[in-house]
Design a protein around this ligand. Sequence first.
Ligand code: FAD
Length: 468
Amino acid sequence: MQSALQSLRQEVSAPGLYLDDPADFAGFATDWTRKFSGQPSLVARPRSTEEVAALLAACQRHRIPVVPQGGNTGMVGGSVPRGGEVVISLSRMNRIEALDKVAGTVQVQAGVVLQQLNDALAADHLFFPVDLGGRGSCQIGGMIATNAGGLRVLRYGHVRDSLRGIEAVLADGTVVSNLNKLKKNNTGLDLKHLFVGSEGILGIITRAVFEIVPKPPSVETALLALTDRKQLPDLLQAARAAFRGLSSLEFVVRPAVDLLREVDPAVREPFDKVYPLYAVIEEETGTGPVAREEFAERLEALTQNGIIADAIVAESEAQTRELWGYRERPPEAITKTGLTHKFDVTVPQGEIPKFLDDVERLASRFPGFRIFLYGHLGDGNVHVNVVQGKMLAREAFYAAEKELSDEIYGQVSALAGSISAEHGIGIMKRDYLGHSRSAAEIAMMRRIKNALDPLGIMNPGVIFAAQK
Ligand SMILES: Cc1cc2nc3c(=O)[nH]c(=O)nc-3n(C[C@H](O)[C@H](O)[C@H](O)COP(=O)(O)OP(=O)(O)OC[C@H]3O[C@@H](n4cnc5c(N)ncnc54)[C@H](O)[C@@H]3O)c2cc1C
């Protein structure tokens, strides 16, 4: 391997392309969850598509395995090395290249960070509507490679739904470029979709064109209190009917709020009473006091119908951030608390109450485990976090992973759900892919992988086990 790496460095070089000191590899070796970690043999940070192409062509020639890395906020272990792979980080390919206000599109390099994109678009009252908690770090390439979803899927869909064009480099260094801006373009197989959710196993995404939308004139937000999780399906139905501009409907089960207050004592008790369940609702509305009054009236109707017990309407930017915090801040609080088994699953929305009951019952079989539940009510996406308690040894915690996974993915399958809602498969879920995809589908995925990456250098072991 050392001589292959030496050849790579001789054949492809540019100032600052490689990190020379292994002491600088740390940020590229461990992912956001701290659960997945592995030492890279080398870290390369190209600045252009041409450099990515030269790197991949040389890696294929010398059979050097590669892990593409974006913002490293992935949750399933696909963004960090496992067996001394070379990490190709897109972080220096971070230019917003072209804004076409007439077409309503933006062209970006893959290393642009989501927040950076939306900050730049804000000057023109535009925005890219896929939004998620990792917005300060996750990159466009990583978001495409995982088909990121997030907080506004209900209204705007996943990354796939906004993607118009793509440029990617295949394992042999071939650049496949179709930076299409057109909405209507039915010209044969739509190849960009191959890369959506491909998790780095088919090639490296280097550029993309996205549809962007005008920023709504105003957005109203409220935190809702519920007394019974059985009301969640009713809340979704009622909100869809009454809130025409509904853009987000999220839920948090109480222990996650307790944890937030435990980790940060400055977090306030939101209502004058403790409730077992909360929801955040967001609606895009017109401007002015009338819009807020009408929003509050719609919430009042939900209270009258007994669907919610109470509501706080945000009156300012600061309060909006505070209310969103009850839903957005638990993932970070969890990471600070202990090792976590994370399950990102979808079940039909009407089954959410039963599923929450089932996983709580399951977790209670494991003494010393804490369970935190929240998710995207609008699209049935539940995030199950099983966290290591203080007194529990690391080994005992990890030992339970298989049993928990078998049970949870078994329940998801029984409810006709999906074992991955938005985080992908990575290495964490590859043994369970068959719960959600048929044998014929997995065989077809492998054929596509083998056709585009015959030597298997691209992110080996991700989505399915590497072939010998
Ligand atoms: C606090 C928090 C909240 C989150 N909330 C959400 C959420 O609501 N919805 C959601 O969908 N996700 C969420 N995530 C998960 C994560 O942010 C997304 O999966 C995101 O899309 C990953 O982007 P990234 O740039 O960090 O990719 P990475 O983590 O770097 O990589 C993810 C995968 O994509 C591959 N990859 C990365 N860049 C490229 C490229 N240019 N070409 C080819 N392959 C590439 C990697 O090899 C890896 O397999 C959250 C994460 C955090 C930390």
